[in-house]
Design a protein around this ligand. Structure first.
Ligand code: IVH
Length: 665
């Protein structure tokens, strides 16, 4: 017996050592076949003596059954984020503040900013006992079983220490590419980038899926419990490495901003050659006493900063300038571009905002232009490459009349925009309809820009009331509309009648009335009738309602056309009262559901679907039936299926029923 036990222990030790050499050091000392041979022996012995299986056995990386949900973990100290620097000046400012606080002798450690997911690992007596996501910084989720599938996370450290360490879990570029190739083959939704893929993989309830995703980790910070003798961050990195934790080797100690800039320069150039994505450089004060002296702000440490790489810029050709008439009649020029890849997506258009901007940048049709994504999201034209001009480029000027209805365009004093003032302008009506159904207004699922445009062009709708008169026979005629989508759409339109008043107010697009004002007005007046009858004085008495808005509301409700429209909507059964009275306004402000689009899937046990929908609605959220890019949150009950899978692939936040219950309490 004892012999078997000894053999078990020896096998585990050897296998863990081999795994460490392979995954952490990237220096295997034995061929894979030798590892496999020993692993098989271990599996065999453990199957004969299951009572001797320990959590640190390499056979225990891929846990058994899928979890029902993730439980919450309160971090022993908050997991903070970092302040940002975008250029040398920001860094000099940071350096100046640091030196002012702790004196001239400061050294920094520069590290790569890995683009993944922050996680915390807790070891007790050298054993890996808990792994958690960052969550909101205070509370994360217990993802221990998933983290165990990452082979470079040691299940046992080389020393029996009790310590918390933090780092970044990520998906290497190569794994990302092959994962997406495989998903494409299977007809599954693709991940937008390695970061989303890593996040989606760690939120899997089934650790076997996580295991198949080839995640990896770099540890970059010490948490509670590190040894007293460590006095600098750089010593901490070395110590973590010495006890078997994987740290990123590319860090350097820098004694001046110049050295920091040189490190940044080196990695700005070297970045494409790394096998993983980085989105910047982290600069940390090395001396831990100095770190302590500097302390923290509410959100981030004063002793560290993240330098963010500038947005990727690419060159393409501006093929044409298109004009779009918005809901309020503003005419916006849009650049039509030769499609190019920028920061992970194909860009075909970019707003040029107004004529002044086109003139300032001297943008001509046919120009080669530099584009980037502002804030990494919205495409914009940075500048024109004038030295590439051939002489065939055509200067652009705004037309004098509306491109949609032909009425004269007007430049309102003090505004840069040109406006079409014709209230019957079809473009304005179409845009108004698109706004009405949009997410923050009536939020009608399945009614996007394309369907609205098709309905409008086929003369099936002229105003928002017409939406509620649409029939199956009309919708089925539209291109690409099958029976199922028509029925879903009709159901969604029907359901939107029940929306609380503020959504309708937003949807109507009354000038100056945004989401926040709509909520305030709805809560204050309670019904459309009361609001429509309110005098300017009565409106001004409401907190946060100023003269411009009060004026606009009175004018709006005075119009006969508006009165007719509201009468018609009411007749069609559209709700005109505020449904959130029961809710304390402060409750709504802290609500995790405020303005969020939520999808419920799977079986809920503690409350009915209807109850859940109502509760989320009371807290300012909207429940819809299908998962899309617009979904903010998916709540997955028992036996959740394809919706959950889709949410995971889109990197959407996923909650268990327990989390829902907690949020509702
Ligand atoms: S240090 C107290 N070092 O960037 C802050 N963070 O906005 C400790 N990150 O949430 C963070 N690489 O997820 C640090 N070498 C690195 C990092 C790094 C990536 C992430 C981390 C953090 C975010 C900061």
């Amino acid at each position: 017996m004892d012999n078997v036990n000894e053999r078990l222990e020896a096998l585990k030790k050897t296998l863990n050592q081999y795994a460490y050499e392979y995954y952490v050091l990237d220096q295997p000392s034995v061929p894979d076949s030798e590892y496999d041979r020993l692993l098989n022996e271990l599996i065999q012995l453990e199957s004969e003596h299951p009572e001797w299986i320990t959590p640190d056995s390499p056979t225990q990386r891929v846990g058994g059954e899928p979890l029902k949900g993730f439980s919450k973990v309160v971090h022993r100290s908050p997991m903070l984020s970092l302040g940002n620097a975008f250029n040398e000046q920001d860094l000099r400012e940071f350096d100046r503040r640091v030196r002012q606080a702790v004196g001239e002798r400061v050294a920094y450690v520069c590290e790569l900013k890995i683009d993944g997911l922050a996680v915390s690992l807790t070891y007790e007596n050298g054993q890996f006992v808990l792994g958690a996501t960052r969550g909101d910084g205070t509370t994360g989720e217990d993802i221990t079983t998933n983290l165990k599938t990452i082979r470079s996370i040691p299940l046992v450290l080389k020393e029996p220490v009790s310590v918390e360490v933090r780092g970044e879990a990520y998906m290497p570029k190569r794994s990302f590419v092959s994962l997406n190739e495989q998903r494409e083959e299977n007809g599954e939704a693709l991940f937008a980038n390695p970061r989303n893929a890593a996040a989606g993989s760690l939120r899997q309830l089934d650790p076997r899926i996580t295991a198949s995703r080839n995640l990896d980790i770099f540890l970059y910070a010490l948490g509670e419990g590190y040894p007293q003798h460590i006095e600098a961050h750089s010593e901490g990195l070395k110590w973590m490495q010495s006890i078997g934790l994987r740290t990123n080797p590319e860090w350097e100690r820098c004694e001046s901003v110049e050295e920091v800039m040189a490190f940044i320069e080196k990695w700005t150039v070297g970045r494409p050659n790394l096998p993983y994505e980085i989105d910047g450089i982290v600069i940390k004060v090395d001396d831990l006493h100095q770190q302590q002296e500097l302390g923290f702000t509410a959100k981030s440490p004063r002793w560290a900063i993240a330098y963010k790489f500038p947005a990727e810029e690419v060159v393409t050709v501006l093929e044409d300038i298109e004009l779009n008439v918005g809901r309020t009649g503003v005419v916006t020029p849009t650049a039509v571009l030769t499609p190019v890849q920028v920061a992970g997506t194909t860009v075909k258009r970019a707003s040029l905002h107004n004529e002044d901007l086109i003139r300032e940048k001297d943008i001509r049709i046919g120009d080669s232009v530099v584009i980037k994504k502002a804030g990494d999201i919205i495409p914009e034209v940075v500048n024109v490459l004038t030295d590439r001009r051939t002489g065939n480029e055509a200067p652009f000027s705004m037309p004098e009349t509306c491109p949609e209805c032909g009425s004269k365009l007007v430049r309102i004093e003090g505004e840069v925009a040109l406006r079409c003032l014709n209230p019957k302008c079809p473009a304005q009506i179409r845009e108004g309809l698109i706004h009405f159904v949009s997410r923050n207004a009536m939020n009608i699922d399945g009614l996007g820009e394309k369907v609205i445009t098709a309905l409008f062009e086929n003369n099936l709708i002229e105003d928002v009331a017409d939406l509620y008169k649409l029939t199956f026979d009309q919708l089925i005629q539209l291109e690409r509309m099958g029976e199922k989508s028509v029925n879903n759409l009709l159901e969604a339109i029907q359901a939107s009648k029940e929306n609380s008043l503020e959504r309708l107010l937003v949807g109507l697009g009354i000038r100056f009335v945004g989401e926040k004002a709509a909520r305030t007005l709805a809560a204050h007046f309670g019904s459309m009738d009361a609001l429509a009858e309110a005098s300017e004085e009565a409106l001004l008495e409401v907190e946060e309602i100023g003269e411009k808005m009060a004026d606009s509301l009175v004018t709006y409700f005075k119009s006969d056309e508006v009165q007719d429209l509201l009468g018609e909507l009411k007749e069609l059964g559209v709700n005109m009262v505020y449904k959130g009275q029961a809710v304390d306004a402060t409750l709504i402000e802290d609500s995790p559901f405020l303005n969020k689009t939520v999808v419920l899937t799977g079986k809920l046990e503690q409350l009915s679907r209807k109850e859940a929908e109502e509760a989320i609605g009371r807290l300012g959220g909207k429940v819809t039936s299908s998962v899309s890019k617009k979904t903010d949150l998916v709540i997955a009950g028992e036996e959740a299926g394809s919706k959950l899978t889709k949410a995971e692939s889109l990197g959407i936040e996923i909650w268990t029923e327990a989390q829902l219950m907690e949020a509702l309490m």
